[in-house]
Design a protein around this ligand. Structure first.
Ligand code: ADP
Length: 683
């Protein structure tokens, strides 16, 4: 039943001299309300009112007003396209639900015909305006309704109004044929549908408005004023928004110009403090769990006491705690009356000392991680009420600052990483050169010896022996070097499988000593003493590697100590739940500036070529890898040349289960009784 013809087009066709005009929605609303108010203001009228709303939702806003209008007239017709419950009915006035596809759904009509005046508004929404209206996301911040435009006629010409009423009544009778008699009454009363064409001149004389239009104009002006005011407010908020965006942009640009975190924070403090007219603006780095923070970046206006250089106690600061907990800014309008400040002795003292009257604390987050805090202080009177615009601005800057800090941090990390890579590259090249050198030296000795043996068959037997043993010892040195090098690179690359077990240290020391004895059989070693503390707990480490470390340190101590010197191995439990082993000698000692370098790969004080003692220069590097592998530490101490050296390393104590503990104490008792027995025997 839907009708595709437009009421506006039909009207323009039947009264050709009419010229449609463009109306914004706000103007149509004002006109409609003024027309309706004029009916409400009259006392005796029983006018005919026909209102056609495009959709139910537009009608719903006016439903209450039409109930009031129904008290003034029994000839009211309201048309609308139903969306939920708008249906044909005759309760207060006639409701006509037209089909959604009806051309009326694009139109807006209001016709009022009284005995002594008539007025009508017949409009159609322009299509561009509808299209835009259906895409509100194009400009979400603007009220899209104000952008809707209509074209049509608004007039007080009776002839035009009667024609409009005629067209609309015709359509009403299609949808609601049962109203035929009521419509007939209206037509008769107001002379609607009498076939007569009016000339413009006739129009003016015959139907000139003969009522007091003053209330209408008054109403119209009021509505227009109201919509103008709305517009003005919208402009103000847009301007404020634009100003804020410009400010955020300019501050962000200033912040982003640097990749140095200190500069970022200083610039941000300066710009924010200046733009918000604060007495003092502080920005400091802080994490959520920090107990205190050092104030390093500050903006101050002249005459205000600086806070820079102070340490803020964060764990006792309820404002900081609140900001971090809620993840948003905290404002204090007056520190003298806000209980968060007055109830905290320390905070109140700070506010007093630094004359902080109004306080704003904004956390700087990046992906949920607290990076720092922005504080704004106002030290003037009267106390400053922080405005929503200011808070938004501080929040926006804090967000920018978070991003800038992370950017600066990542850049610093990148630089660091780059330097590490460069160092690694240098080490790798050095390593290749050193390894090449270390391998070539014994290789060329072996080559010379073997060549001499091959080319000089008459060589005396003694010399031949010397040549052979030199070649043999150098090939042994090469074997050791390659073996140590492989061990070190396996340890460094994590390719070593650890087999941790609970061990008695004495056992490992004994094993290392016996290994040493077999190696140094021809030279007389210095005297070795062991001082392992009684009741030393078991240690947890890989037994083979532990023996290896002790043996290497012992080996070094023997190499660098004269036979008349002494080597002492001690082991005690330290305060960190670790066993500390020390291998001390009375040998040649180490210069203080070399105590750390001795752990470098291939470090040998006299250089490999000039050395008399054997060794590869990899022993301590290997030992450090092993010790750090079980979570311990290794370091050297010495008072300098010829003052002896002490090498210390730590091993974690084994955590014993209840069963192991029991077994341990049974073992100790048994050992105790054995020792007693032995003592008795000696006696
Ligand atoms: P090396 O095979 O040369 O002993 P290490 O890595 O074990 O290699 O030791 C590196 C260097 O540290 C030694 O060449 C020596 O200069 C110094 N060093 C190590 N232990 C001692 C010690 N007990 N006394 C003096 N110097 C030592």
């Amino acid at each position: 039943m839907s009708i595709s013809s437009s009421v506006l087009s039909d009207l323009l066709q039947s009264i050709p001299y009419l010229r449609p005009q463009l109306y914004f929605k706000a103007s149509l609303t004002a006109l409609s309300h003024a027309m309706e108010d004029q009916v409400l203001a009259a006392t005796l009228e029983q006018p005919l009112i026909i209102a056609s709303f495009q959709r139910e939702r537009y009608y719903r806003q006016e439903a209450h007003r039409y109930k009031r209008l129904a008290l003034r007239s029994n000839q009211i017709y309201v048309l609308s396209a139903p969306e939920t419950e708008f249906a044909n009915s005759s309760e207060y006035y006639e409701k006509i639900a037209f089909e959604t596809e009806d051309a009326l759904s694009q139109e807006w009509h209001l016709v009022v015909i009284a005995d002594n005046y008539a007025t009508c508004l017949v409009c159609r929404e322009s299509l561009g305006s509808i299209a835009k209206n259906q895409l509100p996301e194009l400009s979400p911040s603007l009220d899209m309704d104000t952008a809707r435009r209509f074209e049509g006629i608004w007039t007080s010409e009776r002839g035009v109004s009667i024609k409009a009423a005629d067209l609309l009544l015709e359509r009403i009778s299609v949808y609601r044929p049962e109203l035929v008699d009521k419509i007939k009454d209206a037509r008769q009363r107001f002379g609607i549908g009498e076939s007569r064409n009016y000339s413009p001149a006739e129009q003016v004389t015959e139907f000139a408005c003969d009522i007091d239009t003053d209330p209408f104009v008054q109403r119209l002006v009021t509505y227009l004023q109201a919509s103008q005011y709305k517009l003005h407010k919208a402009y103000r908020s847009i301007t404020a928004q634009a100003r804020k965006e410009r400010l955020v942009n300019s501050i962000s640009t200033a912040i982003r110009r640097s990749l140095d975190p200190h500069e970022v924070l200083q610039v941000a403090a300066q710009e924010l403090g200046q733009h918000l007219g604060a007495s003092r603006c502080l920005i400091y780095r802080a994490q959520a769990t920090d107990a205190q923070a050092d104030i390093k970046h500050e903006f101050l206006i002249p005459g205000v006491l600086p806070v820079g250089g102070q340490t803020w106690q964060l764990d006792e600061n309820p404002l900081f705690q609140e900001a971090v907990q809620n993840g948003e800014g905290v404002c204090v309008a007056d520190t003298l009356s806000d209980p968060r400040v007055t109830k905290s002795k320390k905070l109140f003292a700070i506010a007093q000392k630094f004359a902080i009257r109004s306080w704003l604390i904004e956390p700087v987050f990046f992906q949920g991680r607290l990076l720092g805090i922005v504080e704004l202080h106002d030290c003037s009177l009267p106390p400053h009420e922080w405005q929503p615009g200011e808070l938004d601005l501080v929040k926006a800057i804090a967000t920018q600052m978070g991003a800038a800090l992370i950017q600066a941090e990542s850049y610093a990390n990148l630089e660091d990483l780059n330097q590490q890579l460069e160092a690694l590259d240098r080490t790798r090249s050095n390593l290749i050169a050193i390894t090449g050198h270390e391998l070539r030296t014994p290789l060329s000795t072996i080559q010379v010896c073997l060549e001499s043996l091959a080319t000089e068959p008459d060589m005396p037997l003694e010399l031949q022996q010397v040549m052979l043993s030199t070649a043999l010892s150098d090939s042994e040195r090469m074997r050791k070097l390659v073996q140590d090098f492989l061990t070190l690179s396996n340890l460094e690359s994590g390719r070593v499988e650890w087999h941790p077990e609970s061990l008695t240290l004495q056992e490992c020391v004994d094993l290392a000593l016996s290994r040493l004895r077999t190696r140094t059989s021809e030279e007389k070693p210095p005297q070795v003493k062991t001082q392992i503390a009684e009741n030393l707990p078991l240690v947890r480490a890989d037994g083979d590697w532990l023996v290896e470390v002790i043996a290497k340190l012992m080996d070094n101590a023997c190499k660098f100590t004269l036979p008349e010197g002494t080597i002492t191995i001690t082991a005690t439990q330290n305060s960190n739940q670790m066993v500390e082993v020390t291998v001390a000698d009375t040998g040649r000692g180490i210069e203080p500036n070399r105590l750390e370098i001795v752990f470098d790969r291939f470090y040998q004080e006299e250089g490999a070529l000039r050395r008399t003692t054997g060794g590869t220069g990899l022993g301590l590097a290997i030992s450090r890898q092993i010790v750090t592998g079980w979570g311990g530490e290794i370091w050297a101490e010495s008072n300098g040349k010829d003052q002896g050296s002490q090498f210390h390393f730590t091993i974690p104590i084994a955590q014993m289960s209840q069963e192991e503990k029991k077994q341990g104490s049974r073992e100790q008792k048994r050992q105790g009784s054995r020792e007693q027995g032995a003592g008795e025997k000696r006696l």
